[in-house]
Design a protein around this ligand. Structure first.
Ligand SMILES: Cc1cc2nc3c(=O)[nH]c(=O)nc-3n(C[C@H](O)[C@H](O)[C@H](O)COP(=O)(O)OP(=O)(O)OC[C@H]3O[C@@H](n4cnc5c(N)ncnc54)[C@H](O)[C@@H]3O)c2cc1C
Length: 280
């Protein structure tokens, strides 16, 4: 029997662009406030919204702001095509339609009492940033926080000031690497897995959350498994083109899962057999 779609789930809510911050040459952070002036939608770290750019289209973007900030929704967007380019070039004051939040989130509650290992590649740091805010706000509830972050070059690093600020928190280790450093870069060079040997990992006490290109997530998950982490303690955020975001249209089907409603966050245990299939 078909299930009726709740009309409000498909109805974009009106928000206004309040601020656009340039992060890198192609990546911008947008701060949106409800047009009504009320509270922004509450969300869990790892969830995403469908952002409607009027006259252009609708696209899924993860929420990258602080879950405790009820005044606004924050998104970090890399311009890769028509919709993302249009989104990042919106003027302050423009209206954007927002549906959601949708999807599962990162296991921030289940991670309480344990070390939290975050592995990000490129724009993948954006969906993990709400986890960092949560862990740092409830610092005593978690063990060590280890952030491993890789970008293409020093110019492609997101949230540079925040990375430095996070590293100053107690029991927090921030390790950054780039593919190409250039003459003035004094940090690590290489893929993100090369940082593991510098991280003080306690695999049996930890939960890991990975977000980045699929190939990067595969290798990071394999490396963590090699360090003895159980595949049920390793989580990945998957991406596929999607339209409805509520499991009806089937655009984002990945094996037996709909990325929009069963994910985007899954355990490595769930994803391992699918990641091994070529071009699924
Ligand atoms: C759950 C989820 C969360 C996301 N969160 C973010 C985010 O926080 N920040 C961000 O910048 N982007 C995010 N994305 C990706 C973003 O939705 C796509 O980049 C966007 O839809 C591309 O639209 P476009 O019209 O600009 O580009 P298009 O012209 O449609 O495509 C440009 C290029 O990007 C590729 N592409 C298009 N859509 C996707 C997709 N969904 N996943 C992977 N590659 C795609 C195309 O194959 C093509 O190579 C997320 C995607 C999903 C599914």
């Amino acid at each position: 029997m078909a299930t009726a779609v709740q009309p409000d789930v498909m109805m974009p809510q009106p928000y206004l662009v309040r601020e656009v911050v340039k992060e890198t040459s192609d990546t911008f952070t947008l701060k949106l406030e409800p047009e009504s002036g009320g509270h922004a939608s509450a969300f869990r770290p790892g969830q995403f919204s469908m952002l409607w750019v009027f006259g252009v289209g609708e696209l899924p973007i993860s929420i990258s702001g602080d879950p405790a900030d009820s005044a606004q929704l924050v998104y970090t967007v890399r311009s890769v095509g028509q919709a993302t380019n249009s989104l990042v070039t919106q003027a302050v004051g423009t209206g954007i339609g927002v549906r959601g939040p949708f999807g599962t989130g990162w296991p921030v509650e289940a991670a309480r009492g344990r070390d939290v290992i975050l592995c990000a590649g490129g724009i993948g740091l954006a969906p993990l940033r709400p986890v960092i805010y949560e862990v740092l706000r409830h610092r005593d509830d978690y063990g060590r926080l280890v952030i491993l972050y890789g970008a293409r070059s020093p110019h492609d690093l997101l949230y540079r000031k925040e990375l430095a600020a996070w590293a100053r928190h107690r029991d927090t280790q921030v390790l950054v690497t780039v593919d190409y450093g250039g003459m003035s870069w004094r940090g690590h060079v290489g893929v993100v897995t090369t940082l593991m040997k510098y991280a003080r990992l306690r695999p049996s006490h930890a939960v890991a959350m990975i977000c980045g290109p699929e190939i990067m997530m595969r290798f990071v998950a394999l490396e963590l498994a090699g360090h003895g982490m159980a595949s049920n303690d390793v989580y990945l955020s998957m991406e596929r083109n999607m339209k409805c975001a509520v499991g009806f249209c089937g655009h984002c089907q990945y094996g037996p899962h709909f990325i929009c409603k069963d994910g985007p966050v899954f355990t490595y245990e769930q994803m391992k057999p699918l990641l091994e299939k070529y071009e699924l």
